[in-house]
Design a protein around this ligand. Structure first.
Ligand code: NDP
Ligand code: MG
Length: 396
């Protein structure tokens, strides 16, 4: 047996972070928690430190660090506390670390995730926004550093499992006709269109199949999540947007499929529980127990499929256009969406306005090349500013 793997969990207090720690906890002889990060849920982070005894914990500010240190002292826990962006990058790239789970939500995850990639780590990518924002730079960094990038998003993990080991030769070279990206359709798949303007954040966050953080839950309800995943798939598997088709599959049992030129279609199935892709990526290329119950096909009995309704889900069309436009467009899409989702969760805009606001910001911002991280962040900042202006006009 090889030595213990040292794992950093970025975004440990979130839904993916907790599922990761659950899987790690089942294999304490193989994985040791090296570092954890949290942002606002400091009590939760303290409890995780007490349970997993990491060498380091990272928090956003000096005040948060002081609070966490006091708690750690009370529990006799020797975890060292680091602060700010520098702290996150340090725990993502430390020499002792083997595996980094990138599970911070949104653009805030880009720098630490990239730090892990540049340090050549095995990177388990949940933070899809990082890849959407900076796809070309991100994948270049993976190639240069020799990092091992493994997808955690259930669909991308499924596609990864259905592809041959040498898929990096090119999808065409390995006989792939297209990728079929499945989508549940979220909580509003059948809500009468006229009622969408009245739906609440609580309804949007009540996903029928998955339990997730609030931002991705709203993205799932608007199907922007599938749009971001389309862009994510294009980068991960070097596919043109036209090669990725979205299939609505309400049961979330098939997590995605790969269609080959000989007519074979390979799918990955499982209960909708993120511990499966997490365990798959953590142990890859081996398999370990994830704690997920075996799939009971008799209980499921049937699997349904339908085409996505673009009138109901305009975000999917908008994201596909941004994928085709390339360059800065996906970063702008992502930033405008982050502002829109936050505004919806805060009760400032109605659900259908998420799409209108994003489309307006994309229309206002020319597509420019993004050859550096600075260019990515300047596109991101400009989009946030335009989205903020849209919001203040809207509030008046
Ligand atoms: P959560 O909201 O549950 O967790 C987000 C994590 O990021 C928390 O640890 C949070 O800290 C931390 N965080 C939030 N804002 C910041 C910030 N500005 N700086 C540093 N850390 C921050 O989200 P999920 O776990 O659901 O999702 C995480 C990522 O994984 C997302 O990119 C999502 O798209 C992706 N993903 C999630 C899936 C799921 O099933 N949940 C499925 C597929 C992908 P704190 O809680 O302490 O504030
Ligand atoms: Mg997904």
């Amino acid at each position: 047996m090889s030595r213990m793997q040292q794992v950093t969990v970025l975004g440990a207090t979130g839904s993916i972070g907790l599922s990761t720690l659950d899987v790690i906890g089942r294999h304490a002889e193989q994985y040791q928690v090296f570092a954890l990060s949290g942002f606002s849920r400091l009590e939760q982070l303290l409890a995780l430190c007490v349970r997993h005894r990491p060498r380091f914990a990272a928090v956003p500010t000096a005040a948060a660090a002081a609070q966490l240190r006091a708690g750690l002292r009370e529990h006799g826990c020797s975890t060292e506390v680091l602060e700010g962006e520098a702290g996150l990058s340090a725990i993502a790239s430390a020499a002792e670390v083997d595996v980094v789970m990138a599970a911070i939500v949104g653009a805030a995850g880009l720098k630490p995730t990239l730090a892990a990639v540049e340090a050549g780590k095995k990177v388990l990518l949940a933070n899809k926004e990082a890849l959407v924002m900076s796809g070309a730079l991100f994948m270049d960094a993976v190639r240069h550093s020799g990092a091992v990038l493994l997808p955690i998003d259930s669909e991308h993990n499924a596609i990864f499992q259905c592809l041959p080991g040498d898929y990096a030769r090119g999808l065409e070279a390995v006989g792939v006709r297209r990728i079929l990206l499945t989508a549940s359709g979220g909580p509003f798949r059948q809500t009468p269109l006229a009622q969408l303007a009245e739906v609440t954040p609580e309804q949007a966050c009540a996903h029928p199949n998955w339990s997730m953080g609030r931002k991705i839950s709203v993205d799932s309800a608007s199907m922007m999540n599938k749009g971001l995943e389309l862009i994510e798939a294009c980068w991960l598997f070097d596919a043109a947007p036209s090669k990725v088709e979205v299939v609505v599959h309400p049961q979330s049992v098939i997590h995605s499929l790969v269609d080959y030129v000989d007519g074979s279609v390979l799918a990955q199935l499982g209960n909708p529980d993120m511990r499966t892709p997490i365990a798959n990526a953590l142990a890859w290329p081996r398999r370990i127990d994830s704690g997920v119950a075996p799939l009971d096909l008799f209980a499921i009995a049937r699997l349904d499929f339908e085409a996505p309704d673009e009138q109901r889900f305009p975000c999917l069309r908008i994201a596909r256009q941004a994928a085709e436009a390339g360059d800065s467009a996906p970063a702008v899409l992502n930033a405008a969406n982050e502002v829109a989702v936050e505004a919806f969760l805060a009760g400032r805009i109605r659900f259908p306005e998420i799409a209108s606001m994003i489309e307006r910001v994309l229309d206002q911002q020319p597509v420019v090349p993004v050859a550096s991280l600075d260019a990515v962040f300047s596109a991101d900042q400009r989009a946030r500013q335009l989205a903020g202006e849209w919001l203040s006009r809207h509030d008046r």
